[in-house]
Design a protein around this ligand. Structure first.
Ligand code: IPT
Length: 962
C-alpha cells in the first residue's frame, strides 16, 4: 500500500516559490472535525461529503493531535521508535481522519489546495474525490482542486497516518508529533518566480525567471522581462543591514510581491564571502518549538525567536533539520539573519544497524529524496537570508546525495551546498563538522587537518571554508568553551563560524512535571532529556548559556591599555556608526562617574583621563565600557546593550581601598556587638574562660559563634542556628557531567557520600582548631582538612581551611568548598563580585564585577532537568539578610556562592522542576573552586585549564555580623 512505498507522493503539483500574491485565497485553518484510529485499517468512507461526523471530536488546524488529548507525544533522538525494516511501518499506526466543510465564495473558480506541513502521510479528498497523497512533513504540497470544487458547500477530508515509509527519512532528534501542523489554504495563485539579485560590494544586478514582467519602482526598474539582467543602484542586503526592496511581478492572472535583497555568496581562497567580504556566522540551530503547540508555531513565536536572536548578537540560523514555516524566512529577510536552509531529511537511526539499508544509498529512495530537495529549494529560493542549502542532517553517505546535490547545483548555482554527514565533502561546497574539539578546529583553521585518503577530494576540501554546523551543545548548565571557539573563529579566515546546538529546550508543558521530556509519556523507547538542550528554556526565557553566547558573539571588541581603551569593529558590514559608547566608574559596585566615550565609526584608541582623580567611596574600583544602540532598531530599542568590557582601576587615592570591607553606608561592624543565642548566653555566664575562646556546656564560644565541642562543628552564628561549614566535593551532576561520564567516575569514587572523621578539636592561640579526615568509604583516598577558627574585631570570625590530599586521585572532582545550612528565614543575598547570573570556570563570561542583590529563590537557574546551578563567582563579600538579622561572609580574597532552599542531595535526586520543594533551611555553599562545565553531553569536555584536581590548598573566609 502507498504507506509503504518508496514514492514520495502522488497527485501533487510541481513545487513553486512561497509568494505573496493578490490572487484570492481561502484560509482553511480553524476548527476541523477529527477522529483518531489506532491503525490505518479503517474504512475511508469518511471522505464522502455526506458522511456523518457529528460524533467526532474537534481539533484545531494547525496542530498536533497528541497535544490535544489524542494519543501522546514520543521522543527519540537517534533511534527509530519502530523496527528498522524499510519501507514497512507498524500495524499500530495512529491514523487521524480530518473533515472540514467550507463555503466557496461566489464567483470563485479553480484553485489549489495547499498544505504547508502534515506529519507524516496525508491523503486528501475533496467532495469525495481523491486528489492524491503526500509525504515530506515539513514541506508544502499543492493539489489541483479546480475540477472538484463546487459552488457553495465543499467538503475537504484528509487522512493522516503517523507512520509511513517516509518516517524513515524523518528521524530528526525531536518529538514525534503527527498532525496537520501548518496552514491549509485554497489558493488561486499558481505563480512561480525566481528572482536573482546579486551584489559584488559595488554593483548590484537584478534578473528573474518565470513568466510576467517585473517592476521595482524604488530602483527605477519597470517592465523587466524574464532572463534579462540589469544593473541597479541598490544597497546590499546583509544580516546586519537587511535592506529590502519591494518588487512586483505582473503575471497573466495575478500579481506577486517580493521583498528583494541584493547579495552574492561566494567562496574564494577557502574563505566564505558575502558581497566580496568575509562572513562570520554566529549562529544557532533552530527547531520550531512551542511548549504547548509543538511545531505548530505561530507568527508571534517565530518573531519572538528572531527578536531574541538579534538581541543576543546571533546573526545566523541553521533550520535544523527541515525547512521552517515559510514566514520565518520572511522574518529573517526583514530583520536580518543568515540562514542555512536544511532539507527535511535525516536517517540517523540506520547508524544503529551499521547503516545497512540506509535510504541515502538506496536508489529506490532517490525520487523521494530529490522530491524533498526540490520542494525545499523551490519554496525558499527567493529569500536573501538563505545563503546555503543543506541536503539534510545525519543521513550517512551514499549515491542519493549526488542526486540531490546535482539537481540543486543546477537549479541554483548561486548558493553553496552544505552537508555535514559526509566528511569527504564530495557533494558539498563547504567543509562542515559538528562538535569538533577546539584543537581540531584550530588545525582546520590553520589548514593542517588530517588528510583524506583520496588526494583529489582532500585537495578539494582543503580549499573549502569550514564551519561547525553544530557545536557547544547547550544542554542544561553550559555550554562551556564558547569564548575559546569564538577566538578561533575570529583568528583564522578559513573558519566561517558555526551554529550552537540548539536554540530552545523542547520541554512540553505537563500538568505534573512542569516540562516533560522523553519517557514522561510512557514511551517504551526514548532518549530522556536529550530533547532539552537549548539556549532558551521552553517558555523562551534566556538561559545563562544564551547570555554567554551574546558575550562571545559581541561585534565590538575592547582592549584596555595604559590610559586608553582600544575599540575594534568586528561587524562584517555595519560599522560602529549605529552605536553609542559610555563608560562608568564604580567603587565597590557603586557608581562614582559616568561619561560618554567618543569612538570613531571605524573604531580605534580612545583616551581615558582623570579616572584616578575621581573621588569615590573606596574599595575596588572598576571601569565598565559599553556599546549600546544609538537609535531604535526594528529588533531592539535605543540603549540596548551590544557589547561591554571591564577593567580594574587603581582605587581612589587617600581612601580606604581594602577589598571586602568598606562599602559606603553598608559597613559598621565595629559598633555591632556579637549576639550569641540565649541558650549559649545563659550557659556562657558560668563558662570556663579560655584565651579568646570560652566554654559553655557542650559548646565552644568564639567571636559571635558557638561550636559543638565534640564535633567542632559551628552550630550558632550571630544568633542564627546553623549547621557548620564542612568540606564538600559534590555537586548535583550537570547534564555534561552526567552524559560525559564524569558523574560515573565521581560516584565510583564515592564523592557523593564523603565521611568526616573528627581527629581533634583543639582550643588555644585564641581560636579553635578542628582536625578532620574527609574520605569516601571503601577507598584509601582522602583529604586531611584542618579548620582554623579565630576571632576578629567586632565579633567576627576568620576560618582558614587547610586541605591536604592523600592518595592518588584519578579524576577531577566536582567542587572544593564548604557547605553549611542556615535558617530558612534568610531571604536575600547582596554581594560584591561577579553577577548578576551564574558563572562556572568556563561559563559566565556574561557576568561582570558589581554589586548585586537577589532573593534566595531568584538565585536558582530553573533548568528543566534539575542539576547544579546558580553559582556566583569571584564574590568578595556577600551579605545575608532575613528574619531581622544580617551577616556577611567575606572572601580572602574571593569565594564562590550558592544558596538554595534544598540540599545538594535533593537537587541531585530531582528529575523535574516540581520535584524541588523548599525546605526549612537555606543550604549555603562557599566554594573555593568548581570543575569546568564543558559540553561533554555531546562534544568535548571542559578544557584542561578548567579541570579541578585536588591539591594542597588553604581556603580562607571571614564571617562578620552586620
Ligand atoms: C547531533 C544531531 O545532529 C542533532 O540533531 C542533535 O541530536 C545533537 O546531535 C544532540 O543533541 S548528532 C550527534 C551524533 C553528534
Amino acid at each position: 500500500m502507498d504507506l509503504e512505498t518508496f514514492a514520495p507522493g502522488s497527485g501533487g503539483l510541481a513545487p513553486r516559490a512561497a509568494l505573496r500574491s493578490d490572487a484570492p485565497s481561502l484560509d482553511l485553518n480553524g476548527t476541523w472535525r477529527f477522529r483518531l484510529s489506532p491503525t490505518a485499517a479503517v474504512p475511508d468512507d469518511f471522505a464522502q461529503p455526506d458522511h456523518d461526523d457529528s460524533g467526532w471530536a474537534e481539533l484545531p488546524v494547525p496542530s498536533h493531535w497528541p497535544l490535544h488529548g489524542h494519543g501522546s507525544p514520543a521522543y527519540t533522538n537517534v533511534v527509530y521508535p519502530f523496527p528498522v525494516d524499510p519501507p514497512h511501518v507498524p500495524t499500530e499506526n495512529p491514523t487521524g481522519d480530518y473533515r472540514r466543510v467550507f463555503d466557496l465564495p461566489d464567483g470563485w473558480s479553480g484553485g489549489r489546495l495547499r498544505f504547508d506541513g502534515v506529519e507524516s502521510f496525508a491523503r486528501v479528498w475533496l467532495n469525495g474525490h481523491e486528489l492524491g497523497w503526500s509525504t515530506g512533513s515539513r514541506l508544502p504540497v499543492e493539489f489541483d482542486a479546480g475540477p472538484f470544487l463546487r459552488p457553495g458547500r465543499n467538503v475537504l477530508a484528509v487522512r493522516v497516518h503517523q507512520w509511513s515509509a517516509a518516517s524513515y527519512l524523518e528521524d530528526q532528534d525531536m518529538w514525534w508529533l503527527p498532525g496537520i501542523f501548518r496552514d491549509v489554504t485554497l489558493t488561486r495563485s499558481a505563480a512561480d518566480v525566481f528572482v536573482h539579485a546579486g551584489h559584488d560590494g559595488r554593483r548590484a544586478t537584478l534578473s528573474f525567471d518565470g513568466p510576467g514582467l517585473l517592476d521595482l519602482p524604488e530602483l527605477g526598474v519597470a517592465g523587466l522581462e524574464p532572463g534579462v539582467e540589469v544593473t541597479v543602484a541598490a544597497e546590499p542586503w546583509t544580516a546586519e543591514t537587511p535592506r529590502l526592496y519591494q518588487a512586483v511581478v505582473t503575471l497573466p492572472g495575478e500579481t506577486v510581491r517580493l521583498a528583494v535583497g541584493f547579495r552574492t555568496v561566494s567562496i574564494a581562497g577557502g574563505v566564505l564571502l558575502v558581497n566580496g567580504r568575509p562572513l562570520l556566522l554566529k549562529g544557532v540551530n533552530r527547531h520550531e518549538f512551542h511548549p504547548e503547540r509543538g511545531r505548530a508555531v505561530t507568527y508571534e513565536t517565530m518573531r519572538e525567536d528572531v527578536l531574541l536572536m538579534k538581541r543576543h548578537n546571533v546573526n545566523a540560523v541553521r533550520t535544523s533539520h527541515y525547512p521552517p514555516h515559510p514566514a520565518f524566512l520572511d522574518l529573517c529577510d526583514e530583520l536580518g539573519l543568515w540562514v542555512i536552509d536544511e532539507c527535511d531529511f535525516e536517517t540517523h537511526g540506520f547508524g544503529q544497524v551499521g547503516w545497512r539499508g540506509n535510504p541515502t544509498d538506496d536508489p529506490r529512495w532517490a525520487d523521494a529524496l530529490l522530491d524533498r530537495m526540490r520542494r525545499t529549494v523551490e519554496r525558499d529560493k527567493n529569500h536573501p537570508s538563505v545563503i546555503m542549502w543543506s541536503l539534510g542532517n545525519e543521513a550517512g553517505v551514499g549515491r542519493n546525495l549526488a542526486v540531490m546535490a546535482g539537481w540543486t547545483r543546477d537549479r541554483d548555482p548561486s548558493r553553496p551546498i552544505h552537508y555535514e554527514g559526509d566528511w569527504s565533502c564530495e557533494h558539498a561546497d563547504v567543509y562542515s563538522r559538528m562538535y569538533a574539539s577546539h584543537a581540531e578546529v584550530e588545525a582546520i583553521g590553520r589548514g593542517v587537518e588530517d588528510p583524506l585518503d583520496d588526494p583529489a577530494l582532500d585537495a578539494r576540501r582543503r580549499a573549502m571554508p569550514f564551519l561547525q554546523c553544530e557545536y557547544a551543545h547547550a544542554m542544561g548548565n553550559g555550554p562551556g568553551g564558547l569564548a575559546e571557539y569564538q577566538e578561533l573563529f575570529e583568528r583564522y579566515p578559513r573558519l566561517a563560524g558555526g551554529f550552537v546546538w540548539e536554540w530552545i529546550d523542547h520541554g512540553l508543558a505537563h500538568p505534573r512535571h512542569g516540562y516533560a521530556y522523553g519517557g514522561d509519556y510512557g514511551e517504551p523507547v526514548h532518549d530522556s532529556n536529550f530533547v532539552v538542550d537549548g539556549l532558551v528554556f521552553p517558555d523562551r526565557t534566556p538561559s545563562p548559556g544564551l547570555l554567554d553566547l551574546k558575550k562571545a558573539f559581541e561585534p565590538v571588541g575592547f582592549a584596555f591599555g595604559d590610559g586608553v581603551v582600544t575599540v575594534t569593529d568586528k561587524h562584517g558590514f555595519a560599522g560602529l556608526a549605529h552605536l553609542t559608547f559610555t563608560a562608568v566608574v564604580e567603587d565597590e559596585g557603586l557608581t562614582v562617574a559616568e561619561f560618554p566615550l567618543r569612538v570613531p565609526a571605524e573604531g580605534g584608541e580612545v583616551k581615558l583621563t582623570g579616572l584616578a582623580e575621581l573621588p569615590g567611596g573606596g574599595g575596588e574600583r572598576w571601569l565598565t565600557v559599553r556599546a549600546v544602540l544609538a537609535d531604535d532598531q526594528p529588533w531592539a530599542p535605543a540603549g540596548h546593550e551590544i557589547a561591554w568590557a571591564q577593567t580594574p582601576l587603581p582605587p581612589a587615592t587617600g581612601l580606604d581601598g581594602e577589598g571586602g570591607g568598606a562599602a559606603p553606608g553598608a559597613e559598621g561592624g565595629t559598633t555591632v556587638s556579637p549576639e550569641i543565642g540565649p541558650d549559649v548566653g545563659a550557659a556562657g555566664s558560668t563558662a570556663e574562660a579560655w584565651a579568646g575562646v570560652s566554654r559553655a556546656g557542650d559548646l565552644v564560644v568564639l567571636g559571635g559563634a558557638a561550636f559543638d565541642l565534640a564535633t567542632g562543628r559551628l552550630v550558632r552564628l550571630f544568633g542564627h542556628d546553623v549547621e557548620g561549614p564542612r568540606l564538600d566535593l559534590w555537586r548535583a551532576p550537570t547534564d555534561n557531567d552526567r552524559y560525559g561520564g564524569l558523574e560515573a567516575d565521581w560516584r565510583r569514587l564515592g564523592l557523593h557520600r564523603l565521611t568526616h572523621r573528627i581527629d581533634a578539636v583543639e582550643t588555644g592561640g585564641g581560636g579553635l582548631t578542628v582536625r578532620t579526615r574527609v574520605a569516601p568509604a571503601a577507598t584509601d583516598l582522602g583529604l586531611r582538612a584542618v579548620y582554623r577558627w579565630t576571632a576578629t574585631d567586632g565579633g567576627g570570625l576568620r576560618l582558614a581551611v587547610e586541605i591536604e590530599p592523600e592518595g592518588d586521585w584519578p579524576a577531577p572532582v566536582p567542587r572544593v568548598g564548604l557547605a553549611m545550612a542556615l535558617p530558612g528565614g534568610v531571604e536575600r543575598v547582596t554581594w560584591f563580585g561577579r553577577g548578576p547570573g551564574e558563572a562556572y570556570p568556563d561559563t559566565g563570561t556574561a557576568t561582570r564585577v558589581g554589586r548585586w542583590s537577589a532573593t534566595v529563590d531568584d538565585l536558582q537557574t530553573p533548568y528543566v532537568y534539575p542539576q547544579e546551578n546558580g553559582h556566583r563567582a569571584d564574590v568578595r563579600w556577600a551579605e545575608f539578610t532575613g528574619a531581622g538579622r544580617a551577616f556577611r561572609v567575606v572572601g580572602e580574597p574571593v569565594f564562590g556562592l550558592t544558596a538554595r532552599r534544598w540540599s545538594t542531595a535533593e537537587l541531585d535526586a530531582a528529575t523535574h522542576r516540581p520535584d524541588l520543594v523548599p525546605g526549612d533551611r537555606v543550604h549555603l555553599h562557599l566554594d573555593l573552586a568548581h570543575q569546568g562545565i564543558g559540553t561533554a553531553a555531546c562534544g568535548p569536555g571542559a578544557l584542561p585549564a578548567y579541570e579541578l584536581r585536588v591539591r594542597p590548598t588553604t581556603f580562607t573566609l571571614r564571617f562578620t555580623p552586620s
